[in-house]
Design a protein around this ligand. Structure first.
Ligand code: ATP
Length: 907
């Protein structure tokens, strides 16, 4: 709920004599009354919440309901219907006029309600993606909903984070911010902590991180100085963008199709009218009524509403499975995905890390204990050891603890952690070695850091002790760290490091599926900030750490499911080649014997890379740029690629992929922005589920089209045939509208709820270029239209031959059409498989309800006196009802035979 601020939030600014960018960081922190390492306390947060309200911009007002309702009438289809109403009124066919106008209004109301429902469903899903911000409160780094930020909060930003309020920076390391949403300038701006002049324009306020912008590189911390409407973004835009329209390529294709269809029908109608006037002896008024009939018969009135509902239901069902669709067209594209490129850590593996091995220059150790609890110990050659006697282990553990941004604490008897799970595992390992992170960090405070980045693959921190000496710790990918080391820690510095031996040791650990890290340190004499250059060489190697991160069980099943569905799964990871190959094998990837590394990819030209793609499913030690090259290479081979990513540098590959998939948990805002789908649980199995759901939605859309179009087709053919043969039309325009707007819509609606067909994930992906109105659909629509026409004419003629009145014969014709629709619904529910099965016969709850409703409505239509008067219907005998049912069964049987024949000939 939006909470109205009690005070004017401008108080934040008013109490600063100068704007925050003109004051030193210290004075802003003082004025906000907050310590940068402690942050606000819970009470202060509550107080400030009450004072300043939530950190939100008001949403833009939606167009009024009346306007949205009126917009529903602005539609070619409605114009045609209104034209028909005018024509019937001119001919004084008042009942027709009333019914047509009623249909116009009902259609608009249905459209209005459905659109509203679909939009609110999407808005609710978008709310699930509400951004979070990392803050320090009560001395603890925690993740909060960005809307809960208050002035005075200490915010920690890492590359890829979106800035959620205006911050005065007091720490900035290599920080670059993309301010294009505010200034239009697309080149990221370097940020520092120094104050600027009070009159500096927005683009030059280098010590402020503005709300709505994004950190593209580096790291920074700042104190919130303005939230919500008081931020610069709030002042400029004042409100957040409106919800996205409910539109996909398929929907617009269908809208276009409906338009063309309408124009064609009107054209045919006009020609028939002219021919009729010239050559037949039909009275003019009757010819006009036939034209009206033809227009209402041929136009699929209910189709747009049904397609929108189907899509909205699909989006909701995906959200229930943790796949949040950010852009609707993705649902359709999902059905065509032929390759899924997934990263490893956390997506295919559990991202529950535990240190199992430590190798130092003095020996190899095993580490016991589970999870993130610091309980367990070390053993060497199967004998437990006491770490206090092993300086090598202690220094490595100290490095692992200090060169680390994670935090762990005991709450309600359970160990919780924030930050990277791998770093949390290192903290647990240090705990097992006897360290208390808090006191160790106090003893060796951090002066500077080079944050981890997937491109350089290491992290380094600078610390000093209370005697004044400084030390740098580095941890990272073994090949990166080992190559920068000159000697082993604790050994004679004159003895050069046996790099080959250490590389081999890392390789051996990795081959058993361990994730391997190397740690090193270097005493430091000079002062000043850490530089990359000084870390290029001369470090002392502390040792290697091997962590386990087992594959997710459900990922193994999902990989198999994807492969069965003709989708190739490729793993693209930043991890070591041997680790990646071992995990790839455990997951059941197809081609794991050969691994391509980032370096290999760089050495290949596009052609060479393309020739390797079919033979390789594991790509290791890749950087985000390699992902982009891989997507391009795969797309060049005609593949439809889904690609996962989480970092800020993954954005180009995510954008380029046909479906970008961002991690909801560990993903940066930058990655989410670039993606079509966000996985709430970061789990590969969810991608497979989303593909299945995407295929189902597409199938259901197709089913709705295949179901509705022949009804219109059959009706039109009937009228055209009647006109051509010069006989009375078997169904009147008003009756046609009843069928189209009531029975057909009720029946078709059930298709939106259809479950996944059993063989959905055994079919190969749908070719991306396949139009929805495929040859198969054209055939099916044409064939069923013909069957419907024959059924209607057959029973209409039969009734007349048996001496029935025209009313009775027409009632028979309408009910025959409805019966055929009901049985056809069962055929359509399984486009590919057999309908005559137990599952097919039992139907689903929505199907049974819809049939119940339609049968009751038809009973009323046929037997209720007021309906008989209105629609010119007459009661039918049991025998006639029998004929009607038999015709419906006949349609189902013929279609089953057709399915069988098609299957045989298509093979
Ligand atoms: P994936 O790309 O599948 O998520 P990954 O996590 O191994 O796998 P990156 O995050 O690119 O990929 O990491 C690459 C390598 O960098 C890791 O294998 C590890 O050796 C090292 N590394 C990862 N995180 C850190 C960190 N926080 N500090 C130091 N080194 C790290």
């Amino acid at each position: 709920m939006n909470q109205e601020p009690r005070d004017q939030p401008s108080a934040t600014r008013a109490n600063l004599s100068q704007p925050a960018h003109a004051l030193t960081a210290e004075s802003v922190l003082n004025q906000q009354d907050v310590h940068p390492d402690e942050g606000l306390s819970a009470e202060e947060v509550t107080e400030r919440h009450e004072k300043f309200g939530r950190n939100q911009l008001p949403s833009a007002p939606r167009p009024s309901s009346l306007k949205r309702l009126l917009l529903q009438f602005d539609n070619l289809l409605i114009y045609v219907l209104i034209g028909a109403a005018v024509m019937t009124a001119a001919l004084q066919h008042w009942v027709d006029t009333i019914v047509i106008l009623a249909v116009v209004v009902v259609n608009a109301i249905i459209g209005f309600v459905q659109e509203g429902k679909a939009e609110s469903a999407l808005a609710a899903i978008r709310d699930m993606l509400s951004p979070t911000t990392s803050v320090i409160r009560d001395g603890q780094r925690i993740e909060i909903d960005s809307a809960d930020l208050v002035p005075g909060d200490i915010v920690v930003l890492e590359a890829g984070d979106r800035v959620a309020a205006d911050l005065r920076l007091f720490e900035a390391r290599g920080a670059k911010i993309d301010e294009s949403p505010l200034t239009g300038e697309s080149v990221p701006v370097e940020k520092t902590t120094a104050a600027v002049t009070a009159d500096a324009p927005l683009a030059e306020r280098t010590c402020i991180a503005h709300s709505g912008t994004m950190l593209t590189a580096g790291y920074c911390r700042g104190v919130v100085v303005a939230t919500g409407c008081q931020s610069e973004l709030g002042r400029i835009s004042g409100m957040i963008a409106e919800v996205e329209a409910v539109e996909t390529p398929l929907l617009s294709q269908m809208r276009q199709f409906a338009k063309v269809l309408t124009i064609v029908i009107l054209g045919i109608g006009a020609v028939l009218l002219l021919l009729g006037l010239a050559y037949s002896d039909y009275p003019v008024s009757e010819l006009f009524m036939m034209l009206v009939g033809l227009s209402v018969a041929a136009i699929p009135e209910g189709l747009p509403a049904i397609l929108t509902v189907t899509l909205a239901i699909g989006v909701q069902s995906m959200a229930r499975r943790n796949a949040i669709v950010r852009r609707l067209p993705a649902i359709e594209a999902l059905g065509s995905v032929s390759v899924i490129c997934s990263d490893k850590t956390g997506t295919l593996t559990r991202n529950e890390m535990t240190v199992r091995d430590v190798i130092t220059p003095k020996g190899e150790y095993r580490v016991s204990g589970e999870g993130y609890t610091p309980h367990g110990g070390f053993s060497k050659a199967d004998h437990d050891i006491s770490t206090s006697e092993h300086q090598d282990l202690l220094q490595l553990a100290r490095g692992a603890l200090l060169c680390n941004d994670a935090d762990a604490w005991l709450a309600e008897g359970e160990w919780r952690h924030t930050g990277d799970p791998m770093e949390a595992a290192l903290l647990a390992m240090a705990g097992k070695a006897g360290f208390d992170p808090k006191s160790e960090r106090r003893q060796y405070p951090r002066n500077d850091a080079i944050p981890f980045d997937a491109t350089h693959k290491f992290m380094a921190t600078l610390h000093h002790d209370h005697m004044g000496s400084s030390i740098v710790f580095m941890k990272g990918a073994p090949e990166v760290v080992i190559d920068r080391c000159a000697a082993c820690y604790g050994e004679n510095e004159e003895t050069p490091l046996d790099k080959a031996h250490w590389h081999e040791a890392a390789e051996k650990l990795a081959a058993s599926g361990r994730r391997v890290l190397a740690l090193a340190c270097k005493p430091r004499t000079e002062s000043g900030p850490l530089s990359f250059d000084e870390l290029d060489e001369g470090l002392s190697l502390l040792g290697l750490v091997g962590l386990i991160d087992p594959p997710r069980e459900e990922a193994i099943t999902a990989v198999a499911l994807c492969q069965q569905a003709g989708i190739r799964v490729k793993m693209i990871t930043g991890d070591h080649a041997a680790t990646a190959a071992a995990i790839g094998q455990q997951l059941g990837l197809k081609a794991t014997s050969q691994v391509l590394s980032g370096k290999d990819i760089e050495a290949m030209d596009d052609q060479a890379l393309a020739s390797q793609l079919a033979r390789v499913d594991v790509f290791a030690r890749t950087s985000p740029e390699h992902k982009l090259r891989l997507v391009r290479a795969l797309q060049a081979q005609g593949e439809v690629v889904a690609m996962t990513g989480d970092g800020v540098n993954d954005a180009p590959a995510l954008k380029r992929a046909d479906i970008g998939i961002a991690m909801g948990g560990k993903g940066t805002e930058a990655a989410k922005d670039a993606s079509e789908i966000v996985l709430a649980d970061d789990n590969f199995a969810t991608i497979a589920a989303a593909v299945e759901a995407g295929r189902t939605v597409y199938d259901n859309l197709k089913k709705a089209i295949v179901f509705l179009l022949p009804v219109n087709g059959g009706e039109s053919l009937t009228l055209i045939a009647a006109l051509a043969l010069g006989i009375t039309p078997p169904i009147t325009p008003v009756q046609l509208l009843w069928v189209n707007m009531v029975s057909s819509v009720v029946l078709a609606m059930t298709l939106a709820f259809e479950r996944t067909e059993p063989e959905t994930m055994r079919r190969p992906p749908r070719p991306a270029s396949e139009p929805i109105i495929s040859r198969f659909i054209l055939w099916r629509v044409g064939f069923v239209s013909l069957l419907f026409m024959l059924g209607i004419f057959g029973n209409f003629t039969l009734a007349q031959q048996n001496g029935a009145s025209i009313e009775e014969a027409r009632t028979m014709a309408v009910n025959t059409l409805i019966a055929m629709e009901i049985f056809y619904l069962f055929a359509v529910r399984f486009l590919h498989g057999r309908s005559l099965s137990l599952r097919g016969a039992l139907g689903t709850k929505p199907v049974l309800i819809a049939i119940g409703v339609v049968l009751s409505l038809q009973a009323m239509f046929t037997y209720a006196p007021f309906m008989e008067a209105f629609f010119h219907t007459a009661a039918l005998s049991l025998r006639e009802l029998g004929y009607i049912t038999l015709t419906g069964v006949g349609v189902l049987l013929i279609l089953e035979a057709e399915k069988g024949l098609l299957k045989r000939f298509m093979r």
